[in-house]
Design a binder for this molecule. Structure first.
Ligand code: PLP
Length: 483
C-alpha cells in the first residue's frame, strides 16, 4: 500500500513534520502520534473508512491550503491561481479517466457537499434555467419580485424518491431532518420484506405514482449490487433525473467490479461520491456526469453551495486517482469483494444471520438479534475486543435508529492492510465468539438493557490478543516508524 516504489523516506517525512508541528503545539504532535497507535491497535471494519497512502496524506499538508480559488480553472474570482488550476485540472482529468466520465468536478469538500452540488445543479438545470428562458431573462436578478416569488415556489415544490434509511439509504437522500428533505418532497423506496433486496417493480410503481423530478440511488448499508440500468429506465419513463450517490462503492466502480448495468457513471445523469471510503483517497467529494448540459451548473457549485475549494485536498485527490488508475487497484477492488464474501461465509457458518443472506459488495450487515443483543451492545462489546464496527439499522428494525438490531462490517480497510480470505475467517471467529459471549445486563426493573452488556474478561482479552496478532502480521504503514 506504500505505492509502486518502496519509499524508505516515509518515516523521515512524517518524523520531520511532527517535529515542526511540535514546536508550535506539542500536544497536537502527540495526538497525531496517538491516533496512529490507536489505528494500529484495532481491526478496522468500519465500512466507510480506509487507510490513504502516505503520498495522499502528505499531499494535503502544504501551502496549497493557503490559496483561495473560487471559480473553476481559468475562471477564478482570485488572482494567482496558476498552480491551483494545474492541480484541479489534473485531478479532474484523472477522475474522468478513472470513471469514464465526460465531466468531473473535484471541489466538493465531502460526500454531503457533493450531494448538495448535485441537487443545486439539477434544480438549476431543470427548474431555474427553463423559467429564465421562458421569461427571456439571463439571471435571477433580472426577474421582477413577483416572478422571483413564482420561481422560488416552483424550486421548493419538486419531488424526489430515494432509498429508505432502514433499507440502507442516506440522510442526504431527501430525509426531513436534512436540508435535502426541506428542499424536496420525498418518498422512500424500501426493500422486499422477504428477500430484503431492492424490488425494481415496486420502485417503478412508486415512481409512476409520485412522478418525482429526481430519482436517487446509492446507499450506506445495502450489501448488494444495484442495477442502475433498470433504475435509469424507470427515470426515463417519467422524465426524471437519475442521480447515483456512489460514496460507499466508488472504489468498486474505479476497480471495475461494478460494470455495465451496475456501473453508475454509465447509467446515471449525475453521480456523486466521497473520495475517502473504498476509493482510498483524502476526505472529500466529487461530482461526475456524462450529460453535457449538466456541467455548466455543476461548475457553479462553489460559491453557490460550497465554500472555496481546498487546493491541498484536490492535490491529494489527484494523487489518489493516479493510484487508483494503476492496475493494482483493480486487484485491490476485487479483493475487497472476495474478503466481504469470505467474512459473510465465516459469520454464517458460525450461526450469524446476514441481511439479504449474503453480500455482493464491500459490506456485510449482521442481524445481532440472534445473539440476543442490540446493535449498540454488539458495537461496544466488539470494540472492547479490539474490533471497530458500526451499529446499524436493519430493514424494518424493531430497535430504532439509536440502539438498532444490526452491525455493519466493511472490508476496504483490512484489505488495504493486505489481509485475505484466511484472515477474514479468523475475523469472523473473533466477531462471533465475542458476540456469543456477550449478554445484555439487566436494568433496575429487571428487563434487558439495550445498551449495557456483560462480556467475560477472558473472551475479551483472548480476542483482543488475536486481533493484535492479525494486525502485527499485516501492519498499517509498515515503512513508517515514528521516533
Ligand atoms: N453519501 C453516502 C451514501 C454516505 O454513506 C456518506 C457517508 O457516510 C455520505 C454521503 C456523506 O459523506 P461525507 O461524510 O464525506 O460528507
Amino acid at each position: 500500500m506504500e505505492g509502486k516504489k518502496n519509499i524508505s523516506d516515509v518515516s523521515t517525512a512524517f518524523n520531520k513534520a511532527l517535529d515542526v508541528i511540535g514546536v508550535s503545539e506539542p500536544s497536537i504532535a502527540e495526538h497525531i502520534r496517538g491516533e496512529l497507535e490507536n489505528q494500529r491497535s484495532q481491526l478496522k471494519l468500519i465500512a466507510s473508512e480506509n487507510y490513504a497512502s502516505p503520498a495522499v496524506l502528505l499531499a494535503m499538508g502544504n501551502w496549497f491550503s493557503d490559496k483561495y480559488a473560487e471559480g473553476t480553472p481559468g475562471h477564478r474570482f482570485y488572482a494567482g491561481c496558476e498552480f491551483v488550476d494545474k492541480v484541479e485540472t489534473l485531478a479532474s482529468e484523472h477522475a474522468k479517466d478513472l470513471f469514464k466520465a465526460n465531466y468531473a468536478y473535484v471541489q466538493p469538500h465531502s460526500g454531503i457537499d457533493a450531494n448538495l452540488v448535485a441537487y443545486w445543479s439539477i434544480l438549476a438545470h431543470r427548474v431555474e434555467a427553463p423559467f429564465l428562458n421562458s421569461h427571456e431573462k439571463r439571471h435571477v436578478n433580472d426577474l421582477t419580485n413577483a416572478d422571483w416569488e413564482t420561481l422560488r415556489q416552483s424550486l421548493g415544490n419538486q419531488r424526489m424518491i430515494g432509498m429508505s434509511l432502514d433499507a440502507g439509504g442516506h440522510l442526504t437522500h431527501g430525509f426531513r431532518p436534512n436540508i435535502s428533505g426541506k428542499l424536496f418532497d420525498q418518498r422512500s423506496y424500501g426493500v422486499d420484506p422477504e428477500t430484503e433486496m431492492l424490488d425494481y417493480a415496486s420502485i417503478n410503481t412508486l415512481a409512476q405514482e409520485f412522478r418525482p423530478l429526481v430519482i436517487v440511488a446509492g446507499y450506506s448499508a445495502y450489501p448488494r449490487k444495484v442495477n442502475f440500468a433498470k433504475m435509469r429506465e424507470i427515470a426515463d419513463s417519467i422524465g426524471a433525473t437519475f442521480m447515483v450517490d456512489m460514496a460507499h462503492f466508488a472504489g468498486l466502480v474505479a476497480g471495475k467490479v461494478f460494470v455495465d448495468d451496475f456501473d453508475p457513471v454509465a447509467n446515471a445523469h449525475i453521480v456523486t461520491s466521497t473520495t475517502h471510503k473504498s476509493l482510498r483517497g483524502p476526505r472529500g467529494g466529487i461530482v461526475l456526469s456524462n450529460e453535457s448540459e449538466m456541467s455548466e451548473f455543476i461548475d457553479k457549485g462553489c460559491p453557490m453551495v460550497l465554500g472555496g475549494p481546498l487546493a491541498n485536498v484536490m492535490a491529494a485527490k489527484a494523487v489518489a486517482f493516479a493510484e487508483a488508475l494503476e492496475p493494482e487497484f483493480e486487484v485491490y477492488a476485487n479483493e475487497i469483494v472476495k474478503n466481504a464474501s469470505a467474512l459473510a461465509e465465516g459469520i454464517q457458518k458460525r450461526g450469524g444471520r446476514l441481511v439479504t443472506g449474503g453480500t455482493e459488495n464491500h459490506l456485510v450487515l449482521v442481524d445481532v438479534r440472534d445473539f440476543g443483543l442490540t446493535g449498540r451492545q454488539a458495537e461496544s462489546a466488539l470494540e472492547a475486543a479490539g474490533v471497530v464496527v458500526n451499529r446499524n439499522s436493519i430493514p424494518f428494525d424493531p430497535n430504532g435508529a439509536w440502539y438498532t438490531s444490526g452491525i455493519r462490517l466493511g472490508t476496504p480497510a483490512l484489505t488495504t492492510l493486505g489481509m485475505g480470505e484466511t484472515e477474514m475467517n479468523e475475523v469472523a471467529d473473533i466477531i462471533c465468539s465475542t458476540l456469543k459471549a456477550t449478554e445484555p445486563k439487566a436494568t433496575s426493573s429487571g428487563e434487558n438493557s439495550k445498551a449495557q452488556y456483560k462480556l467475560s474478561d477472558e473472551v475479551r482479552d483472548n480476542n483482543r490478543r488475536r486481533a493484535g496478532d492479525l494486525l502485527s502480521q499485516n501492519p498499517l504503514y509498515p515503512d513508517l516508524h515514528l521516533l
